[in-house]
Write a protein that binds this ligand. Structure first.
Ligand SMILES: NC(=O)c1ccc[n+]([C@@H]2O[C@H](COP(=O)([O-])OP(=O)(O)OC[C@H]3O[C@@H](n4cnc5c(N)ncnc54)[C@H](OP(=O)(O)O)[C@@H]3O)[C@@H](O)[C@H]2O)c1
Length: 199
């Protein structure tokens, strides 16, 4: 099996690369910059910009691509990074005969952010590719120390039954990566992975 991570040099991408390595699965990651914490042995870097497919060289053939580009911080980039980059990834899959796309969406969050993720999901569902949509809440881990700040408050307000916080219930990045890699290796028929499936 050969996996292509789109934007895989970031927080979740690195956790996925570690998890795939445990199962000896071959991985490449496409991003604008190389992450030197990821060794050549762990994954092959493809220099590329999802918005510039003509200048992005994909040499190998891949079975699955995993879309990992996105932002929660910059609302001016929600449409571009959370939605339009998905349309570009679908084009890339079609051009290179990659039959399955895994999309990191979201289970909740502030209105505009969540809407941009739902729009991304719609593109994936309409793409005619096989797909799996992952809907995490907050993902936390050592690779992003600031992510720990929100863990306790979200868990506290979730316990009080406040829907907004229940929907973004925090999960460790290793758990998320483990669940997604397992779903891939089990070749599950499910098209959605939710927080309860990753707990
Ligand atoms: N972290 C969370 O708590 C959380 C929760 C729910 C959902 N998600 C979703 O999960 C996914 C992964 O999140 P993450 O936290 O791992 O994100 P991240 O750390 O920001 O990683 C995404 C990577 O995408 C690359 N990228 C950006 N623009 C690109 C472009 N035009 N072409 C190619 N690569 C590009 C960036 O590297 P370069 O700039 O070097 O290209 C970046 O390192 C995102 O879709 C996010 O919305 C995350």
């Amino acid at each position: 099996m050969n996996i292509l991570l789109i934007g895989g040099n970031g927080f979740v991408g690195q956790a996925l690369i570690k998890e795939f390595k445990k199962h000896k699965v071959k991985v490449s990651y496409l991003s604008k910059t190389q992450n030197h914490l990821i060794t050549e042995e762990d994954a092959t870097w493809i220099r590329g910009d999802i918005f510039d497919l003509n200048n992005t060289m994909i040499k190998e053939s891949y079975d699955i691509s995993i879309h990992l580009i996105g932002t929660i911080k910059n609302k001016y980039l929600y449409s571009k990074l959370n939605t339009k980059s998905v349309a570009q990834t679908i084009k890339l899959c079609q051009k290179h005969n990659i039959n399955k796309l895994i999309y990191f969406s979201a289970n909740g969050g502030f209105k505009q952010y969540f809407e941009s993720k739902v729009a991304g999901e719609r593109l994936v569902k309409d793409s005619k590719l096989n797909y799996l949509i992952v809907r995490p809440g907050l993902i936390y881990g050592k690779g992003r120390l600031t992510s720990y700040f929100n863990v306790l408050p979200i868990k506290f307000f979730s316990k009080l039954g406040i829907t907004f916080f229940k929907k973004v219930y925090p999960l460790p990045v290793e758990k998320v990566a483990e669940s997604v890699v397992k779903a891939i290796l089990d070749n599950t028929d499910s098209t959605i992975i939710e927080i309860k499936d990753m707990k």
